[in-house]
Design a protein around this ligand. Structure first.
Ligand code: T4K
Length: 400
């Protein structure tokens, strides 16, 4: 990214940073601090700290009920959750994944000896392009793993039809999609299994954590065994397993945040609306919208910056925001297929992903950001863009 400069240094606006404290993407929501301490205290008093404890069970019930899934299985993070699903479903060979995602989607499979094969995404949805995914199927392919990026559901009908036709497993990395629906049905009920992340940066967090949802009874049994070293409920080892259990402190946080999920979505939506009001007339900056007929969690404020229209690049915009005390992000640069070790396969070219990773960025939201701050931040972005060409000219220097 370009070197950080304040407006002052650029001599465009002058003055001190616009925000007196740093606004971050990914600040955790802690919806019920007192309740968290009470649950933690209770777990300590009872000396039950992990291994299928009271709060893990409560969190599983809350999530199963919220998303309408038959089974919700809490794990220590979504990355291990994806691995457990892959193991329990007996995946082999190659798994088709989008490249426009967090590195964990691909690493989860690589780590257990599966080969992620990268598909491009559709430009409108940012989600895996079903037709491109289908073109990548080989005799070695055992599954397609869609990612509901930014909480926007994949084209699950098209992916299901392809998976059925080719006899493949279909699973979803639903790390971003808790609280979202597709066709009126909650995410958590699609494919063989869907895996939510409850990492600290997710709008419902359990410090670290993940939850696997599935409607398949036999798969759920295997997943429960595998997350606990392969023990069945009679204390016998029945399979090779790992330690992927969620502990009670994490679950205590998750339960409190799940209790407040509607309020948290309300805050995200309030901030998203403030950004929408402030950015709707800014040329070259497109705020991702949501399908108002569905349920959405609004947890990511995603902008696409068109440098031809704004006159400045996404990275210059990010650098200026950083100098103004706004820590925005460029998820998911540079595209997983261009990260090591996957970049070794230089034949992979994914034009939509490669275009998006140069343009997409996220702004702060969640309970750490007030509506007033979101409004001011949208105004700041607008102001920067209005001065875009002048900023680029000054950055280039007098000899450019
Ligand atoms: N699939 C997808 C599509 C995902 O996005 C993710 C995770 C996964 C799978 C895997 O889920 P888990 O196995 O993690 O359950 C962060 C998170 O670490 C990662 O969980 C998340 N996606 C990803 C989108 O974001 P980084 O590398 O950006 O983290 P970091 O440390 O730079 O923090 C991000 C921002 O949050 C910073 O502005 C600081 C702020 N922050 C972070 C933490 C942890 C806080 O203010 N407080 C905190 O406690 O990856």
């Amino acid at each position: 990214m370009p070197q950080t400069k304040t407006f002052d240094e650029l001599a465009v606006f002058g003055g001190t940073p616009r925000f007196s404290r740093t606004l971050h993407v990914g600040r955790p929501n802690i919806a019920d601090v007192d309740g968290f301490y009470l649950r933690l205290h209770d777990a300590l008093q009872r000396r039950w700290l992990t291994n299928d404890g009271r709060y893990v069970r409560q969190l599983e019930e809350q999530i199963a009920s919220h998303v309408g899934a038959r089974h919700a299985i809490a794990v220590c993070n979504a990355t291990l959750g994806l691995q457990l699903v892959a193991k329990a479903a007996g995946l082999t060979g190659e798994v088709i994944v989008p490249s426009f995602t967090f590195i964990a989607t691909a690493h989860a499979f690589s780590w257990i000896g599966l080969k992620p094969v990268f598909a491009d995404v559709a430009p409108g949805s940012h989600n895996i392009d079903p037709a491109h995914a289908e073109s990548l199927i080989t005799p070695r392919t055992s599954a397609i793993a869609g990612v509901h990026l930014w909480g926007q559901p994949c084209d699950v009908e098209a992916l299901s039809a392809i998976a059925r036709l080719h006899g493949l497993a279909l699973l979803f990395d639903a790390a971003h999609a808790l609280g979202a629906s597709h066709g009126g049905r909650m995410i958590g009920g699609y494919g063989l299994a869907e895996v939510f992340s409850l990492h600290a940066t997710k709008f419902v967090n359990a410090l670290e954590g993940g939850v696997i949802c599935t409607g398949d009874d036999a798969l759920a049994d295997r997943l429960r065994q595998m997350r606990d070293f392969g023990y069945d409920d009679r204390d016998e080892i029945v399979s090779v397993g790992i330690n992927a259990k969620m502990d009670e402190a994490s679950a205590a946080m998750g339960v409190g945040n799940m209790d407040c999920i509607e309020e948290l979505i309300g805050v995200n939506r309030r901030n998203w609306l403030a950004y929408e009001r402030g950015l709707q007339d800014v040329p070259g900056v497109r705020l991702r919208t949501f399908d108002r007929n569905e349920r959405n969690n609004y947890q990511y404020i995603v902008l696409e910056v068109d440098p031809a229209e704004t006159g400045i690049s996404r990275d210059v915009l990010l650098a200026i925001l950083e100098a103004e005390n706004v820590s925005a992000r460029r998820y998911f640069y540079p595209g997983v297929h261009r990260c090591q070790p996957y970049a070794a396969d230089r034949a992979t070219s994914l034009p939509v992903t490669e275009r998006l990773v140069e343009r997409v960025m996220q702004l702060p939201t969640g309970t750490d950001v007030s509506e007033e701050e979101a409004t001011r931040l949208a105004a700041l972005v607008s102001e920067i863009v209005q001065n875009g060409p002048e900023i680029q000219r000054r950055l280039a220097g007098p000899n450019a």
